[in-house]
Design a binder for this molecule. Structure first.
Ligand code: KIV
Ligand code: ZN
Length: 519
């Protein structure tokens, strides 16, 4: 048996069908290119019979993708298979994926047919699809809850009819890993022609077992895993691509299995899917969550600085992240602070670690996370939080609406200068406010991340805006709170601007200190 596991990505079919708003053809194509770069063997990109839009996107992707096999879904009906074949025929290499339910509950309640009638429909669908391609995948929907005798019969007949891949979905995410592994094992024991097809699995995550089930399946002989980027998909989602791939990669010595995925592409593909699908990634999500490689505990931080593998089983670089993150919080030890200071260009003799660490702890208790610019500021200004605001937002008003160009008018003071009033237009009210603030201050700031959340309940809730922005290559964090989200957005930007001012003051002092040191 081959030691290669085929990665069948269904982000653009099972994943996309679960989104609140469908993706445009252009967005789907962007994701398809990212999946191709990532190295997926097969990408399932839609269900062409379901809408003209889906047909068009499958056809467009089929035309453009050259290095992965493009696949489309079809029920076990000739009209569905015709639509899939029509949309796919422009592809360099394509697969038709046809399916029918086989569990008793689906056969009786949904299809209202006998199992024998369903078996015949499945067989006919496979034979029909073979008229268009010799790469036909057949899925027994709800296989996880299908009586094993029926499942064995269906699989044997579908292979006889010409299916080259047989997919065993745990459609409702119900089976335990031991049960699911048992199903795959039984199929290998009891289906006489099983060696003539690749056995695939497609697991949903309703009980959080999709990845474990997929891994157990390959341990029992399956050689294709169906999955989605970030695990998006129906209800609780599908088996997550990055997780199964990194399990196979990290535990290669034990499992002896390989994929064609380039792990270094994982991070950016995940970000792209999250952004285009408007599906934020939970911070503690394995492999791609914002905290997946960040260490908060002082003991862990100290360990990672001594040897990365003390608390990291995979490196952030291997999935395309540049560095791990040591969050500077009140749990960080002196060693971590010294390490950060070194990275910022200071020698141990440039500062008194005890004094710095004491003021660091006081700031961390107030602020939660301490950033590099805070740390440097502590060195030069003993009371960072008590610094007077250099940039002060006095007033903001915004005019916006459908068909209107958003315009913001801002009144601000800078240091002890008289008030400045400025107006600017933008791509929406927040952008107009930011353009205005940048025009007044002359700071050219790049927004990396904008996050808004409600603080409190119901109509009394406050809008909290958290932004991360870059100025001349350095990253700054800003926070704004108000009942008016435009005002909280503006306050967050002014907060960033004040941090930039502080960092500039620090840079001046640092220059002076270095000059003094050099003399
Ligand atoms: O979950 C499922 O059973 C499916 C099939 C169409 C493969 O998505
Ligand atoms: Zn599914």
């Amino acid at each position: 048996m081959s030691d290669q596991v085929i990665i069948f990505d269904t982000t653009l079919r099972d994943g996309e069908q679960a989104l609140r708003a469908s993706l445009t053809v252009k967005e789907k194509l962007q994701i398809a290119f990212a999946l191709q770069r990532l190295g997926v063997d097969v990408m399932e990109v839609g269900f062409p019979i379901s809408s003209p839009g889906d047909f068009e996107s499958v056809q467009t992707i089929a035309k453009e993708i050259k290095d992965s096999r493009v696949c489309a879904l079809a029920r076990a009906l000739p009209k569905d298979i015709d639509a899939a074949a029509q949309a796919l025929k422009v592809a360099e290499a394509f697969r038709i994926h046809t399916f029918i339910s086989t569990s008793t509950i689906h056969v009786e309640s949904k299809l209202k047919r006998s199992f024998d009638a369903v078996l015949e429909m499945g067989v006919n669908a496979v034979k029909y699809a073979r008229n268009f391609t010799d790469d036909v995948e057949f899925s027994c929907e709800d296989a996880g809850r299908t009586p094993i005798d029926n499942l064995c019969r269906m699989v044997e007949e579908a292979i006889k009819a010409g299916a080259t891949t047989i997919n065993i979905p745990d459609t409702v995410g119900y089976t335990l890993p031991s049960e699911f592994g048992g199903i795959i094992q039984t199929l290998f024991k009891r289906v006489p022609n099983i060696d003539q097809a690749i056995i695939s699995v497609h697991c949903h995550d309703d009980l959080g077992m999709s990845v474990a089930n997929s891994i157990t399946a390959v341990e029992n002989g399956a050689r294709q895993i169906e999955c989605t980027v970030n695990g998006i998909g129906e209800r609780a989602g599908n088996c997550s691509l990055e997780e199964v791939v990194m399990i196979l990669h990290t535990r290669k010595q034990r499992m002896g299995l390989a994929t064609n995925i380039r792990p270094v592409e994982i991070s950016r593909t995940s970000q792209l899917v999250s952004q285009l699908c408007n599906m934020p990634i939970q911070a503690n999500k394995a492999i791609v969550g914002a905290n997946a490689f960040s260490h908060s505990s002082g003991i862990h931080q100290d360990g990672v600085l001594k040897a990365q593998n003390t608390y990291e089983i995979i490196t952030p670089e291997s999935v395309g992240l540049l560095t791990n993150k040591l969050n500077l919080t009140s749990r960080s030890g002196r060693h971590v602070i010294q390490h950060r200071m070194q990275a910022l260009g200071y020698r141990d003799s440039d500062y008194d670690i005890e004094a710095l660490y004491t003021s660091f702890l006081a700031l961390a208790d107030k602020k939660g996370q301490v950033f590099d610019y805070d740390l440097e500021a502590l060195l030069f200004f003993s009371k960072v939080n008590d610094q007077p605001e250099y940039y002060k937002l006095e007033n903001i008003s915004v005019l916006s609406g459908s068909g209107l160009v958003a315009t913001a008018t801002v009144t601000m003071t800078i240091g002890d200068q008289p008030k400045i009033v400025e107006a600017a237009t933008g791509n929406g009210p927040i952008d107009a406010a930011y353009q205005c603030l940048m025009r007044i201050t002359g700071l050219d700031i790049n927004m990396d991340n904008y996050h808004i959340s409600a603080k409190g309940e119901g109509k009394d809730a406050l809008g909290q805006v958290d932004i991360v922005a870059t100025y001349k290559g350095q990253r700054f964090h800003g926070l704004g709170l108000s009942t008016d989200i435009i005002e909280s957005s503006a306050k967050a930007m002014v907060h960033v601007m004040n941090h930039i001012h502080l960092a500039q003051a620090v840079a001046e002092q640092k220059k002076d200190r270095l000059n003094i040191d050099q003399v």
